[in-house]
Structure formats: structure tokens, C-alpha cells
Design a protein around this ligand. Structure first.
Ligand code: LLP
Length: 412
């Protein structure tokens, strides 16, 4: 059995009782289904079929070491956005060649380390960055394999905070500048141009923008080939959305088939760099109710021991996550705002939810929080980072709850 079962008490993850986990570990705690992560990687990989491809897991979605290891064992490579993510990937067992370094603001120190390590590809975001990589490769006596990130001016039609493919966004190189830039790279003795890269945003709910972006870089690659500039790979980024509220999103299979259809005629290797679609549905945040109070005569405020410090997405993007309450004799539902303990009104996990009114001590689960949950958690209000548990056969704590000493370890 893979994934979570919240339909009836007792709740389970891959057949393991969630009560057993929280009894030992406490709340708030993230729980992940190893079986579901593996199943999603398998589904994507097999849908990409026999066209040459690689799945680069975007560590930013969740870089908890044990999960990164699991994704590596499942056959993924790594997409890292900062030196910290490269280090986590290395510790998770990836070789430098299996790591791609992306990111709009790579520092000179980061670039130098990436060139010295010999990471698989550096996805460059500008002509200036490419000049810095070239200079470093000379200084270190190394070669560097690079890709150019194309800004295709395609609207991902996702939340504006996480759309990255429009000309006005800070990402990538403008379409019309790509060809001269590629010619410049070809003249550099120490740079190997391997790929074009595009990533137009995250939580994309329709295939049309994905097709347009992949089509744009495919056409560009064909045009470059006609000029004698041969690439071996098209990296079409991540971004496939998941269904947080039950509304339909493309399946991993439909997404893969759409991409293969477009890239296949180029004969180039297809790289995807998914984060959310692999791990998002495989995580749940477990919390307990710490207070319940009326708000007017027809509404309740349910205060949980988790909030924006553990899960920032609702406060930052107004994101919706389903929330369920473990209420044994479920009464008729009432309207609840489920809020966290942080001193901000934005600290609301879910507003206007219809739930059977939970009592203090009841368990809550915030669903689909495997991606951009723990990775975006903070110590605001000096709240400790939550515990994380991986269910993979048995269950184990893969990140213990932070202590005050942990929190103060870097301070004088
Ligand atoms: N590749 C690049 C270059 C990216 O910038 C990202 C995500 C990905 C891949 C993975 O995208 P995914 O498959 O996970 O959509 N914090 C936001 C999401 C930010 C995504 C940033 N970039 C959220 O909680 O919705």
C-alpha cells in the first residue's frame, strides 16, 4: 500500500499507523511515503520511454538528506540551486557529474567550486555568468560543460511569484540573444556547450505552456545545429503541478508524452527537473490542535501547533492545502479557520474550512506538503524546525526536531 490513508481512523502511511509516529516523535512532524516517491519517479521515467532522457530531481523542493538519497536510489540525478544543495547532493551520494547547477544568482565562490568539482552542467543565466565561468575554467585549468537558460517569454499561468518564463522575469537570456551567445561559447577553448535550458515556472496546471516552452528550445536547437552548433541535450526544466484541491492537473504520463513528442524529432536527450510532482503528494504535515475558540456565532478558530514556520506556502502564496482532522465521532461539520501559533494574521494554514469541530489535542494533517514544506521552514518566533519521518518499509526519524541548542549553535 503506497501513500496516505486519511479517509478513516486510524490514519496510515504506507500501512504504518501515524498515531505510532506522533506518539514517539510529537508534533509538528512531516511524514513522507517512500513508496509513493518511488512510484512517482517510476511513472515519470517509464512514461519518458525509450527516448534518451534523465530525471534531475530539483532539490529545492525538499532537500532532506534521506529523501535525496531515496531519489538517487530511484534513479534520479540532481538539480541544485545553491552550493548548499550541491553539498547535500554530494553527501547523498551523487557524483559531481550527476549534478546540474542552476540558479539566477550564482556567486563567484559557488561557480569556482562548481567548476573545480566538475559538476555535470552549469546552467548559465547570462553572458556575464558565462564569462565568469570561462575565466574560472582557465584559472583552474579545467573545462566546464555549460547550458544556456533561455527566457522564452512564455506565461506559465501559475501564481505570479512562481512564474519564471516571461521576459519581465529575472530568469535566463532573452530569446534573440541566444544564438550570438552560443556562437561566443563555441569559440571558448574551455567551455563545452551541452544544452539549452528552460524553466517557465512551478505548479503549472496545463500542458500548453509546457509545450510552447519545449517547442521554443527545440526549434532553437535545430536552428543552432544548422549553424554548426551541435548540442546533445534539451533541459526543459520542472514545473508540473499537483492537485492540491482535487481539480485536474496533467498526469506525469501526459506530461512526459507531451515532452517526448516535441523533443524526439530533434534527436536530443531530454532532461526534466521536477521537484513538486515527485515529492509533493508524498508528504503530510501532522500537527495537534492547541486551542479552539469561537469566532462570532457561526465560525471557529482552530489553533494548531504548526503554522507558517513549518509550512509557508499558504501565507506566502495564498496556497491551498487540504486539511483533515482526526475526530473519532465526527459530528456535523462547522466552518473553521485553521491557524498557526505565530503572531501574524497571515499565519493561517486554511481559512473557511468545513470540518467536524476538533477538540484540543486532536491530530490534524495538512496534505500534499512533501514539496516546499520543510524546505521553506524557518525559525521565526524561535520555533524549532519540525521533525521529519520517512516511511520506507519501517519508519524512522530522518531529521530530528531541532532543539534550542541547535538553534543557537551559530550564535556568539
Ligand atoms: N528547475 C528550476 C530551474 C526551478 O527553478 C525549479 C523550481 C524547478 C526546476 C522545480 O520546479 P517544480 O517541479 O518543483 O515545480 N516555493 C514555491 C515553488 C518555487 C519553485 C522554484 N523553482 C512553492 O511552494 O510553490
Amino acid at each position: 500500500m503506497s501513500g496516505f490513508q486519511f479517509e478513516q481512523s486510524p490514519w496510515t502511511c504506507d500501512g504504518v499507523l501515524l498515531d505510532d509516529i506522533v506518539r514517539e516523535v510529537g508534533t509538528p512532524t512531516y511524514v513522507y511515503s517512500g513508496a509513493l516517491v518511488r512510484a512517482r519517479v517510476r511513472a515519470l521515467d517509464s512514461a519518458l520511454g525509450d527516448h534518451p532522457h534523465a530525471v534531475h530531481y530539483a532539490l529545492k523542493a525538499n532537500s532532506t538528506l534521506a529523501l535525496v538519497r531515496l531519489l538517487r536510489d530511484a534513479g534520479c540525478r540532481a538539480d541544485a540551486n545553491a552550493m548548499g544543495e550541491i553539498d547535500v547532493a554530494l553527501r547523498a551520494g551523487f557524483s559531481p557529474a550527476e549534478i546540474v547547477f542552476t540558479g539566477v544568482g550564482k556567486t563567484s565562490d559557488e561557480l569556482e567550486r562548481a567548476v573545480a568539482l566538475g559538476v555535470g552542467t552549469i546552467n548559465a543565466e547570462s553572458a556575464g555568468e558565462l564569462r565568469r565561468i570561462d575565466a574560472m575554467a582557465h584559472r583552474l585549468g579545467r573545462r566546464a560543460r555549460v547550458a544556456v537558460r533561455v527566457n522564452p517569454d512564455v506565461d506559465a499561468r501559475s501564481h505570479p511569484h512562481i512564474s519564471t518564463g516571461l521576459r519581465a522575469n529575472k530568469f535566463g537570456v532573452a530569446f534573440e540573444d541566444i544564438r550570438p551567445l552560443c556562437r561566443w561559447i563555441m569559440e571558448r577553448e574551455r567551455l563545452d556547450l551541452g544544452a539549452l535550458h528552460v524553466h517557465i515556472g512551478s505548479q503549472i496546471a496545463t500542458l500548453e505552456p509546457v509545450r510552447r516552452a519545449a517547442g521554443a528550445v527545440s526549434d532553437l536547437a535545430v536552428a543552432l545545429r544548422a549553424e554548426g552548433i551541435g548540442l546533445d541535450t534539451l533541459d526543459v526544466g520542472g514545473g508540473l503541478g499537483i492537485s492540491y484541491d482535487g481539480s485536474p492537473v496533467p498526469t506525469l504520463e501526459a506530461y512526459a508524452h507531451a515532452l517526448v513528442d516535441i523533443v524526439k524529432p530533434t534527436g536530443l536527450t531530454l532532461v526534466v527537473e521536477p521537484g513538486r510532482s515527485l515529492v509533493g503528494p508524498a508528504g503530510a504535515l501532522l500537527a495537534r490542535v492547541v486551542d479552539v475558540k469561537p469566532r462570532g456565532h457561526d465560525r471557529w478558530c482552530v489553533v494548531a501547533d504548526a503554522g507558517m514556520t513549518e509550512l509557508l506556502r499558504p501565507a506566502l502564496y495564498g496556497a491551498f492545502h487540504r486539511i483533515v482532522a482526526d475526530v473519532p465521532d465526527a459530528g456535523s461539520p462547522v466552518v473553521c479557520d485553521i491557524v498557526g501559533p505565530v503572531c501574524e494574521s497571515s499565519d493561517t494554514l486554511g481559512a473557511d474550512r468545513r470540518l467536524p469541530l476538533p477538540e484540543v489535542g486532536a491530530l490534524l494533517a495538512v496534505l500534499d506538503t512533501g514539496a516546499y514544506g520543510s524546505a521553506m521552514a524557518s525559525n521565526y518566533n524561535r520555533r524549532p524546525m519540525p521533525a521529519e519521518v520517512l516511511v520506507d518499509g519501517n519508519w524512522r526519524v530522518v531529521r530530528r526536531r531541532q532543539t534550542v541548542d541547535d538553534m543557537l549553535a551559530c550564535e556568539a
